[in-house]
Design a protein around this ligand. Structure first.
Ligand code: CA
Length: 231
């Protein structure tokens, strides 16, 4: 890949070993330009200033925790489109869940295999590229525009996290068909094994709340999962 089409990745991590491992493997994979920041505050400044194509964000950081960085970037219209892959330690399960709710796109648990990280990065970037050319979807009062990551209910924008957006889009694309919880976990969250299907319930509840009166278009199919109502 040439310099023009290479993806700019910002790695925010204070552990030098981890930065070196990621840098080495991203270079080997090719197609990436790498910038680094060794604390949360510096990471936030670089992300805002340089608007990288992708951020790998560790949660345990000096000066500002990774979760805070994630929250600030994902709540700012200027940076919210930048995908974030979180690095978490095994003990940080709660942080991981909170991170996904703040809009992080995915996570890997330390110690990770660099190959796994690169696969995730590529998958997320591919998904983003597919969104750019995806058509608008419309059903009842709800319209979503994948290229702009925008959701409208009766013409008014609704603020969704990237997970809620993916969940809504998946349900809309399969309108009228029941989607099982573990299938949603697999496709929306990217979990390979079922961790806890209640995660899906929590997110559906929040999604419905945000959609307001239009929320009941997402139906619960008791014992199975969820369905975007046909009519
Ligand atoms: Ca760290």
């Amino acid at each position: 890949m040439d310099a023009v089409s290479s993806k700019r990745i910002l790695i925010v991590e204070d552990e030098k070993d981890v930065v070196d491992l990621l840098t080495l493997n991203l270079r080997k994979a090719g197609g990436f330009t790498i910038a680094t920041a060794s604390d949360g505050a510096a990471g936030l400044t670089k992300a805002r200033g340089e608007k990288p194509d992708f951020i790998i964000l560790d949660l345990m950081l000096p000066k500002m925790p990774g979760l805070e960085v994630c929250k600030l970037l994902k709540s700012d219209p200027a940076t919210r489109h930048i995908p974030i892959l979180m690095l978490t330690a095994r003990a940080e399960e709660i942080d991981r869940i909170v991170g996904l709710e703040f809009g992080a796109d995915d996570y890997v648990t330390k110690p990770f295999s660099p190959r796994e990280v690169i696969l995730r990065v590529k998958a997320i970037l591919r998904r983003g590229a597919a969104d750019e050319t995806a058509d608008r979807l419309s059903a009842g009062p709800i319209t979503i525009d994948p290229s702009r990551h925008e959701v409208l209910v009766d013409g008014k924008p609704v603020d969704l996290t990237s997970l809620e957006f993916k969940l809504l889009r998946t349900l809309m694309q399969r309108r009228g068909r029941v989607q099982e919880r573990d299938r949603l976990l697999n496709e929306v969250w990217g979990y390979e094994s079922v961790i806890d299907t209640r995660t899906v319930d929590t997110h559906v509840r929040r999604l419905r709340e945000k959609l307001g009166k239009a929320g009941d278009i997402v139906e619960t199919v008791r014992g199975f999962g969820y369905r975007f109502r046909e009519k």
